[in-house]
Structure formats: structure tokens, C-alpha cells
Design a protein around this ligand. Structure first.
Ligand code: SAM
Length: 331
């Protein structure tokens, strides 16, 4: 369950390899071709699969075993589905992107309530079953691909803005969240189910030991609202940890006031490199290009003093405006 944002390793000879091998069996011949790559590794653009009539495929035949590697803990609680959809409250005139529709626990409500639904599913065993299941819904589109490399602005066309909903695969949830933030020019809001500890990290305020790179990044770009916790029993298979649903509203204007955003992200990342060290020590061990830049401005202690940041402080104590003040001084 530990989320390090890294693509999981591939295991041969089990049902995972069936998922990756390609359309070799009769069952596979019905499947819509998907990408042959590992999540997170850039590939050619995902094919768009409109919900057109397909030959009948029994959805259960595509599920041999839920894939651990793909974080497949499927929602089985109707009550939790209702709470997520009520929190999202889809409108007839909007586009909703769902990441990882799985067997469609959320999708069925979405296609009935939203204007348009674009679902991104990596698992090539699930894709064809989803296309079949929603073939009578003209507002459903399946993108068979990897959400970590999907161009969200492209898949929602002709819409220019969309909201995102997902019960995210936990092993790559922070990587997906970072991808969503990168793609925020066409995303207005996200309602996401994440591991409870990740939500605690995301919403941790300055001074909290939970605060890290992701908390500062999310605070810069989104307003957050934790909605509710979900017990492991709401999923099959049940995960070992609790989950939480969070709403992230993308800020119309970034709270960084004229900061070079790439530089800001590099500084925050370097500042949190070793959480037990002071920010001064971490900046002294920053990547070479950043160290050079800091040296050109007089060195880490001079710039920290200019920003009014005590040299003994740790990164987790800095507020967003202190990070952006420090970053501005290096521009
Ligand atoms: N939405 C369904 C539900 O709530 O029951 C399934 C959620 S399950 C936690 C995560 C889903 O994300 C699975 O269907 C899995 O195959 C899919 N998935 C995993 N990695 C993905 C990726 N990189 N891009 C898109 N979907 C992915």
C-alpha cells in the first residue's frame, strides 16, 4: 500500500502477464487494443474508444483476479458510491473524467447523471467489458491507457474544462495527483478517494509533522476539503488501510505571486529531501543547478535570512508564502 509514485514491477507467469500479453486468445480478440507499457512510462497517445455497439462479452470473464499491481480494490458499498457521487453532484452540461473505472461502481451513476463521461482504464481486460457495459450510453467514452501520461485537455475535447472523480489505485495515487496538478489548465475540481494517510499529508498545515512536498504543492494550486473516511470493508478485496475522500478545487490563480513555478517546485523538493534535517542543510545538498543558483545569490544562509526564515527551521514549518518568498529571491 505504500505509495512512492513509482511504477510497480512486472511479474511474469501470473494473471498480470495475461493483462499485458496482448490479444492472443479468443477472449482477447474481442478486446480493444490497449497500450503495451508500464504505468508511468510515456507511450504513444492513448486510442480513444467511443461507446459503439460491440459483440457481447461477459464482464466477469475479464476478471481472473483483481490485480494488486494495478491497485484493484473495487468499491462494493452502494452507500459509499452514493456519498462520492453526491459530493461530486454531476451536471447534465459538464464533462466528467473518471480515472480507473474498474468494473464501473461509480461509472454507472456518472453516465446517468453527467453530460459526458470520459473514463481512463489501464487494464486491458477491463476495457472491452466497460465498452460493452456502457454501449447504450452515447455520452460514454473509454480511453484505454495510463492516466499518468494521459493528456487530459486532449481527451475531454470538444469540452475545454472537466471535473475528475476517482477511487485511485493507491500505489500510484500521489503520482496521479501530481499529473492532475500539471494538467490543471483544463481541470476545475477533483473528488478523489485516496489512502487516509495520503489525505492527511495533503492537508497538513505548516508546522505539522505530516507536511511534505505534496502538501505544499497542493496548497499552491488547490483548495482542499476532506469529505469523509471509508473503512476497508467497502472494497473487495479489502485493503489493509482506511481511505478518505477529498475534494480539491483548482485555484483560478496560483497562490505563488509571480514565482517561476518550476524553480518553486525544485526548491520545495530540495527543502524536503531529508525531513529530519534543517532546510539550510537540505539546500546545501540540493541538486547542482539549484546549488549554483543559490551560490550566485550569496549562499543558502544569506537567502534564507533575506526571506526571514530562521536557519534552524525544518521544511515542514515553512508556510506557502515563505516558500514563495524564498523562491522569488532566487529569480
Ligand atoms: N473505480 C473502480 C471502483 O471504485 O470500484 C475501481 C477502482 S480501483 C481502486 C483502481 C482502478 O484504476 C482499477 O480499475 C485499475 O485497473 C485502474 N488503474 C490502475 N492503474 C491505472 C493507470 N495508470 N491509469 C488508469 N487506470 C489505472
Amino acid at each position: 500500500m505504500k505509495d512512492e509514485g513509482k511504477p510497480p514491477t512486472r511479474k511474469r507467469g501470473d494473471t498480470e502477464s495475461l493483462r499485458e500479453r496482448g490479444p492472443t486468445s479468443a477472449r482477447w480478440k474481442r478486446a480493444v487494443p490497449g497500450p503495451k507499457h508500464t504505468p508511468g512510462v510515456p507511450a504513444s497517445p492513448s486510442p480513444r474508444v467511443p461507446a459503439s455497439p460491440s459483440p457481447p462479452i461477459h464482464p466477469s470473464s475479464f476478471i481472473l483476479h483483481p490485480s494488486k499491481r494495478l491497485g484493484q480494490n473495487f468499491l462494493v458499498s452502494g452507500g459509499v458510491v452514493d456519498r462520492i457521487i453526491n459530493a461530486l453532484s454531476p451536471h447534465r452540461d459538464e464533462t466528467i473524467v473518471e480515472i480507473g473505472p474498474g468494473k464501473g461502481a461509480l461509472t454507472t451513476r456518472l453516465v446517468n447523471e453527467a453530460g459526458s463521461v470520459v473514463a481512463i482504464e489501464f487494464d486491458r481486460l477491463l476495457g472491452p467489458a466497460l465498452v460493452e457495459k456502457y454501449s447504450s450510453f452515447a455520452n460514454f467514452t473509454l480511453v484505454q491507457g495510463d492516466a499518468l501520461v494521459t493528456d487530459f485537455c486532449d481527451i475531454i475535447r470538444p469540452a475545454t474544462q472537466a471535473r475528475v472523480v476517482a477511487n485511485l489505485p493507491y500505489n500510484i495515487s500521489t503520482a496521479i495527483l501530481q499529473r492532475l496538478i500539471e494538467q490543471r489548465s483544463c481541470i476545475t475540481e477533483m473528488v478523489l478517494m485516496l489512502q487516509r494517510e495520503v489525505v492527511e499529508r495533503i492537508t497538513a498545515a505548516a508546522g505539522s509533522p505530516e507536511r511534505g512536498y505534496l502538501s505544499v504543492l497542493v496548497e499552491a494550486y488547490c483548495e482542499t476539503e476532506k469529505l469523509f473516511d471509508v473503512a476497508p470493508g467497502a472494497f473487495r478485496p479489502a485493503p489493509k488501510v482506511w481511505s478518505s475522500v477529498i475534494r480539491l478545487r483548482v485555484r483560478p490563480a496560483v497562490r505563488l505571486e509571480t514565482v517561476n513555478e518550476a524553480l518553486f517546485r525544485g526548491i520545495v523538493s530540495a527543502g524536503f529531501a531529508q525531513k529530519r534535517k534543517t532546510i539550510l542543510n537540505n539546500l546545501r545538498n540540493a541538486p547542482e543547478a539549484l546549488q549554483e543558483l543559490i551560490k550566485r545569490h550569496g549562499g543558502a544562509s544569506i537567502v534564507l535570512c533575506e526571506a526571514g526564515i530562521d536557519l534552524q527551521r525544518r521544511a515542514e514549518t515553512l508556510t506557502l508564502s515563505e516558500w514563495s518568498c524564498f523562491s522569488r529571491l532566487l529569480q
